[in-house]
Each structure stands twice: as structure tokens, then as C-alpha cells.
Design a protein around this ligand. Structure first.
Ligand code: ADP
Ligand code: MG
Length: 587
């Protein structure tokens, strides 16, 4: 908790320049707040001593002016704090998002996107309440309580004992309060995250949900979470409501004690009437800061819960990162070598996904990766742009270890289109130029033409065509080729296509085939595909099974890779036969 608060307050201290006006106006507000009881004391003592004089009118005017300036100064303090708070929050949010963008794939395998969204959006929002309201209140109120104590001791130390006796009461109540309220606040933060997660899952899979008819189940689980959230909020609200009366009672007791004890002092003539009434006025002023402290405590608890979730993310080590001695990947033909590469998604003890892959993918070739589902094709492809790190062995591009080059330079050279690449709502232009916003319309058009999508361009809107949420206004084949166009815009030297042909009909497939013939020139193309034509035309075929290369062939002048493997028999032939029968069934 202490280190957490330290991390929360750190940014305030770091920005001390922007924090200075906040502190200044906090103290000014406090000082002005103390002036009123002082003027009341003066007025009464003047009145008691010499009777009504003009000075009393001046004091009345002074009280009015002080209130006015106090209002202005309070406004200034809140204004500067809001600015500072928003700056800090903006920085947190950008930092968190930036950090997320650098995290390895393996991290995203294990988390819920909805939870991440709620951390970046709503947890940061909670922190903003902390910075814009609670922090300023905390500084203001602590200063106020301390200043009152000083003035009281200075005026009359005997009565200040009543005030001092009050402080432990408040502190005790506060600790009980925070202990009662924090579990509910924590629970509600978690429930908000669950709710976001459920919403996201439900809304992104609305077609599946409606198709399978389980929208009712989604609805009831969402409503259950909502209900739990409501219950946590009500419980927290109960604690707050109980707490609200506490300061009034405490202040009333203090006032009574002060009047009772003070009046005996006045009667014995050891204290002036003005001082007594001034003291009572001070106690009257205590209600607000004490009540606010209650509010502050709940904001701080909430901020701490949110901060914990934010820091937890920030502390996740980006374990795929550039080593200190890494430089950019030097220009070269683009030959990829796997040297005894082992990999498992669950660390060294986990089930291995790749078991000792050694092969060379020559620059300019088309490589077909084939093998049964789950044999490790995608995994092997994902190691090339370093989405994951091999457990053992190494990968080189043009004899440079890819662990020793910067990620940015590596990923500029390697383009990958997934089986189900994300198409977002927006125009054709935005979708293609997603990773390269500075691309000209001409470049985008060329990429679309290479991907055999020029027919889309001839529709009335051209590049401004709206593709719909997740590209739903395009056909499956068009979506696939749009994802390809996006990669082609980069003009990557090494192109990886993961099952680009899955779920395509005959015409869409023909188009893609033409697109692929267009793009293979001058680059290494790795295709994972179940289609015979991609495999037959490949320069090199790698057959994977259970994370191992079981067969491999490279075409020569005499015979193609496919012919060589067909002669050899084995898994390759069995797979081809299966494809052939499947193909016949389709036709
Ligand atoms: P293929 O692409 O050949 O169908 P994959 O490379 O996707 O096969 O999968 C190889 C093995 O790794 C499978 O056993 C699969 O269950 C596992 N696997 C794939 N992706 C992940 C992941 N993100 N987390 C954990 N295991 C995974
Ligand atoms: Mg796969």
C-alpha cells in the first residue's frame, strides 16, 4: 500500500513546477478560511470592551471580502489541480497503451482483451479522480487541520486540548471506515472489468451468438454481473451513508465540550469571550474537511485498487525486446535459417510445439508449409517475425541472429497475413494503410491491384468505400485479399501467408492464386495452405508433424519439390490424397 501510494504521488512530485500553484492556492485558501473566526473574535472583544464602534462595521466588510477571496483562491486551486491531474492521467494512459503495444504475443494468449480495455479506460479514469480531486483535498485539508491547531495553541492552549482529543477519534473512525468500505470498492472494480469483458465478447461475437441462439445466456450472465456490481456499490454506499453523520456528531460533541469548558474559563476571567466564540466558530469549520476526508479515503482506496491493476500491467516484462547490442537488420537477400529450434507456448516445462526444426528458406523462393492441424505450421511461421522467442536454437536472416537485431527493423522486412486478419470498420483506404498511414492513394491502389481487389475500386466510392464492422460488407475472399493488400503495402521482403485460402470458394480462390503469383516475385514467400496448387507450385515443401520436419524437398530443373515428395510417399502423399478426396467432395 505504501509503495503504491508512493508510485501514485511520485508524478506530483516530479511535476513540482506545475504543483506549486496548487500548493500555493491551497495554503492561501486555508489561511483565508482561518481569518473569519479571527475577525469574529476581534469583533466580540471590541464590542465587549468599548461597545459598538465603527471598527465592527469594518470587520463585517473584511469578513465578506475574505470569503470572496477565499472563493477565488479555491477556484484557482481546483483549476490548477485539474490541469495537472489531466496531464498525469494522459501520460499514464499513453504509457500503458504504449507498453501494451510492446508486450509479446505470449502475454495476449493469457489475458482477456475486455480486462485490458477496462484497465486502460476506466482504471485510468479512477486515477484521474484521485489526481484532480482527492490529492488536492488531502493537501488542503491536512494543511487546514494543522493550521487550526497552531492558531488554537497560540490563542489558548487549554481549549486546544479539546481539539487534540478530537483527532484520534477521527483517525480511529477513518480506519474503521476504510476497512469496511475497501472490500466493496475492490469488488466493484473487478466486476466492472468482468462486465467490460462480457460486453466485448458478446458484442464482437454477436453473429455467432445469434446464430447459435445463446443470446439469452449471454444476457443472463451479463445481468448477473451487473447485479453483483450493483450490490457491491450499494454496500459501499451504505458505509458511506453511515459515515456521513459521524463528523457532524463529532463536531457537535467538540463544540459542546468547548462551550462547557470555555465558559468556566470566561467566568473566571482567564479567557476573553471573543476567544471562546472564535474557538466555537473553528469547530464549526471542521465539519467539511472531516467529511471530505471520508470521501478522500474512498477515492484513495479506489485509486489504489485501480493503480494496482495499472501497475500490474506496467510491470509485465516485455520479454521480447531489443537486446542492448542489437542493431538494425542489414540489407540482404532475405534467406531464413532455422537452426535446431525448439519452442513451447508454456515455457521450458510445457508441451513442446516445435522440436528441433532445422531448415533453410532461400531468398526469393516460395515455401509451402504443410502438415496436419496442430503440427506447428503457424508456430514456425510466427517465430520468423519474433512474435515468440525460441526456447533453444536460433533463427537467422542472412546469417544474422534475429535475436540480435531490432524488432522494428525485423518486422519491416517480414510481412504476415493471418488466416483471419482483423478488418475494422472504416474505409478501404484506412484499412489498407493501417500500418502505413503516410501511404499515397497511388501506393494503396497498387497494393489493391496486386491483391486482385481492383473490382472494389470500380465501385462508386473507390478508396472511400466503407467496409463495415469487421469488414462484414465484403465477401470472405475480399477480406482475405484486403489483408494481403495491407501487407503488400509494406512491400516486405519476406511474406508469410497463413492459410490464406481457407474457406474460399472457387472464384475467390482463383483470384487469390493470381494475386499470389503477382506477389511472389523478388521475395521469400512462406505459404501455409491446404490447397494443392500452392503446394505444387512451391519451390520448397516442408512437411511438419507433431512439431518436427518429417519430409522436405526443394525443386530442381529435373523435378519439382512436389514430384520428389510424391515419389517418396509417406505423410506427404497421405495428406495429398486426403486433399484430393476432399477436393472431389467439394466439386
Ligand atoms: P498448425 O498451424 O499447424 O495447425 P499451430 O502451430 O497453431 O499448428 O499449433 C501447434 C501446437 O501449439 C498445437 O498443439 C496448439 O494447440 C498449440 N498452440 C498454438 N497456439 C497456441 C497458443 N497461443 N498458446 C498455447 N498453445 C498454442
Ligand atoms: Mg495454423
Amino acid at each position: 500500500m505504501v509503495s503504491l501510494l508512493g508510485r501514485l504521488i511520485g508524478p506530483l512530485i516530479k511535476r513540482w513546477r506545475a504543483f506549486m500553484p496548487v500548493l500555493l492556492f491551497s495554503f492561501l485558501t486555508v489561511a483565508l478560511g482561518l481569518a473569519t473566526p479571527y475577525f469574529i473574535r476581534l469583533a466580540i472583544d471590541i464590542f465587549n470592551g468599548t461597545g459598538m464602534t465603527n471598527d465592527v462595521y469594518w470587520l463585517a466588510l473584511a469578513i465578506f471580502l475574505v470569503a470572496l477571496f477565499q472563493g477565488i483562491s479555491d477556484w484557482a486551486r481546483l483549476y490548477y489541480m485539474a490541469h495537472l491531474g489531466q496531464q498525469i492521467v494522459l501520460q499514464w494512459r499513453v504509457r500503458l497503451f504504449d507498453h501494451l503495444m510492446r508486450l509479446p504475443f505470449s502475454f495476449f494468449d493469457k489475458v482477456h482483451t475486455g480486462d485490458l480495455i477496462s484497465r486502460v479506460a476506466s482504471d485510468i479514469e479512477t486515477l484521474s479522480v484521485f489526481y484532480t480531486r482527492a490529492a488536492v483535498m488531502a493537501f488542503g485539508n491536512i494543511a487546514f487541520l494543522a493550521a487550526i491547531l497552531c492558531v488554537m495553541v497560540f490563542w489558548d492552549y487549554r481549549l486546544s486540548i479539546v481539539y487534540l482529543a478530537l483527532l484520534p477519534l477521527i483517525a480511529h473512525a477513518m480506519s474503521i471506515y476504510s476497512r469496511q468500505v475497501s472490500p466493496h470498492i475492490r469488488a466493484s472494480r473487478k466486476q466492472v472489468a468482468t462486465l467490460t469483458s462480457q460486453l466485448r465478447n458478446g458484442l464482437t461475437a454477436i453473429d455467432t451468438a445469434q446464430g447459435l441462439g445463446f443470446t439469452d445466456e449471454l444476457e443472463s450472465s451479463l445481468s448477473a454481473t451487473s447485479q453483483r456490481l450493483g450490490e457491491s456499490r450499494i454496500k459501499a454506499g451504505n458505509v458511506v451513508a453511515r459515515w456521513r453523520h459521524y463528523p457532524t456528531v463529532v463536531v457537535a460533541i467538540a463544540c459542546a465540550a468547548c462551550l462547557w469548558y470555555g465558559s468556566t474559563l470566561v467566568r473566571t476571567g482567564t479567557m476573553s469571550m471573543g476567544t471562546l466564540i472564535g474557538f466555537t466558530a473553528f469547530f464549526g469549520l471542521l465539519g467539511r474537511p472531516i467529511r471530505q476526508t471520508g470521501f478522500m479515503v474512498s477515492v484513495i482506496i479506489r485509486a489504489a485498487a485501480s493503480a494496482e491493476r495499472v501497475f500490474e500491467l506496467l510491470d509485465v516484462d516485455a520479454n521480447v525486446k531489443d537486446s542492448i547490442d542489437s542493431g538494425p537488420l542489414p540489407d540482404g537477400a532475405g534467406t531464413v535459417k532455422f537452426d535446431d529450434v525448439h519452442f513451447s507456448y508454456d515455457g521450458p516445462e510445457g508441451v513442446p510445439a516445435l522440436k528441433g526444426i532445422s531448415t533453410t528458406l532461400r531468398a526469393g523462393d516460395v515455401i509451402a508449409l504443410v502438415g496436419p492441424s496442430g503440427s506447428g505450421k503457424t508456430t514456425m511461421a510466427h517465430l520468423i517475425p519474433r512474435f515468440y522467442e525460441p526456447l533453444k536454437g536460433k533463427l537467422t536472416i542472412d546469417d544474422r541472429d534475429i535475436q540480435k537485431v531490432t524488432l522494428a527493423s525485423l518486422r519491416k522486412r517480414v510481412g504476415i497475413a493471418f488466416q483471419d486478419s482483423f478488418i475494422f470498420a472504416g474505409t478501404l483506404r484506412n484499412n489498407v494503410a493501417w500500418g502505413k498511414p503516410e501511404a499515397t492513394d497511388e501506393e494503396i491502389t497498387i497494393a489493391l491491384e496486386q491483391a486482385q481487389l481492383s473490382d472494389l475500386l470500380h465501385r462508386e466510392k473507390g478508396l472511400d468505400l466503407e467496409v463495415g464492422e469487421r469488414g462484414l460488407r465484403l465477401s470472405g475472399g475480399q477480406r482475405q485479399r484486403l489483408a494481403l493488400a495491407r501487407v503488400l503495402l509494406y512491400d516486405p521482403q519476406i511474406l508469410i501467408l497463413d492459410e490464406p485460402t481457407a474457406s474460399l470458394d472457387k472464384t475467390a480462390e482463383d483470384k487469390l492464386r493470381r494475386a499470389l503469383q503477382n506477389v511472389r516475385q523478388g521475395r521469400l514467400t512462406v505459404v501455409i495452405s491446404h490447397r494443392l496448387w500452392t503446394v505444387r507450385n512451391a519451390d520448397q515443401i516442408i512437411v511438419l508433424d507433431e512439431g518436427k520436419i518429417v519430409q522436405e524437398a526443394r525443386g530442381s530443373k529435373e523435378s519439382s519439390a512436389d514430384e520428389q515428395l510424391s515419389k517418396a510417399g509417406g505423410l506427404y502423399v497421405r495428406l495429398q490424397q486426403k486433399l484430393l478426396t476432399n477436393g472431389k467432395e467439394q466439386q
